[in-house]
Design a protein around this ligand. Structure first.
Ligand SMILES: [Zn+2]
Length: 257
């Protein structure tokens, strides 16, 4: 059993390859004079119809358990037009943080400027509030991305360990993930998974998500005892949840073209 914190926009992965599942003609949904691509996604184990917005492509994704659910899916889209519009507006309003030369990246609340050093031979490194990146311009963004993803473990692990020891809540291991459908999860064996993108948020936010997942090592549910424990570990929970709602999309978009 897995428990997780879903971000505001949980977009399923878009497969770039054409598969049998996508053998539908391209559909568009007209909302307030704009046409948005609508994509069907068949997931057999889906228990219900659900709608998602891909935060980068502004595509509306309708998840259905089988192709025969398309009529119901269309009705569901019609019922949820107001919600869709709101999500699409939010997606447009969140600017993407790009990983280009001169851009500023915030890592647990500290700001670092990306500095391209094409002739350096050291890869990517942090010095004096700068992220130095060697190599060609065309690989710059990708190198920063790879660096941050790896760097996330060294930032998150010691914090998680301290929190775990302070409160006597042992966990089995930490994995750093790239999933856009959740910020974190905790398995019944105590394995914690956290999105690397949490390092782009302020300390308080990372602290809350770590606390949330650590509390799941004791309570594999979202019952009153679970929330009681979370509140003990992270008294600013409400503030953190609000922040994630407001800025979560920007974190998911960071470094994407
Ligand atoms: Zn949870």
């Amino acid at each position: 059993m897995m428990h997780h914190i879903p971000p505001l926009f949980p977009p399923p992965r878009l497969s770039p390859k054409k598969s049998k599942k996508e053998a539908y003609p391209q559909e568009f949904l007209a909302l307030e004079g704009n046409l948005y691509p609508l994509q069907w996604k068949i997931i057999k184990r889906a228990r219900r119809i659900s709608l998602h917005i891909h935060p980068i492509f502004n595509t509306i994704i309708v998840v259905v358990p089988a192709p025969s659910f398309q009529d119901k899916g269309r009705a569901f889209v019609r019922q949820n037009q107001a919600w869709l519009l709101n999500q699409l507006h939010l997606a447009k309003a969140s600017p993407a943080i790009s990983f280009q030369n001169g851009e500023v990246v915030s890592i647990v609340g500290h700001r670092y400027t990306i500095c391209h050093s094409p002739t350096a031979r050291r890869g990517v490194w942090i010095e004096n509030h700068k992220i130095y990146v060697s190599g060609e311009t065309s690989f710059l963004s990708r190198r920063v991305y790879d660096f941050l993803k790896t760097h996330a473990y060294t930032i998150i692990y010691p914090r998680l360990r301290t929190l775990s020891e302070e409160h006597g809540l042992p966990f089995k291991k930490l994995s750093i993930t790239e999933t856009v459908s959740r910020w974190g999860s905790c398995s019944s064996t105590g394995a914690i998974r956290l999105s690397w993108r949490l390092i782009l948020a302020p300390e308080l936010i990372l602290h809350y998500v770590m606390s949330h997942e650590l509390a799941h090592t004791q309570h594999l549910n979202h019952g009153p005892l679970f929330w009681q424990l979370v509140d003990k570990l992270a008294p600013n929970r409400k503030e953190a949840e609000l922040w994630l709602k407001k800025h979560g999309l920007a974190l998911l978009k960071a470094g994407k073209p």
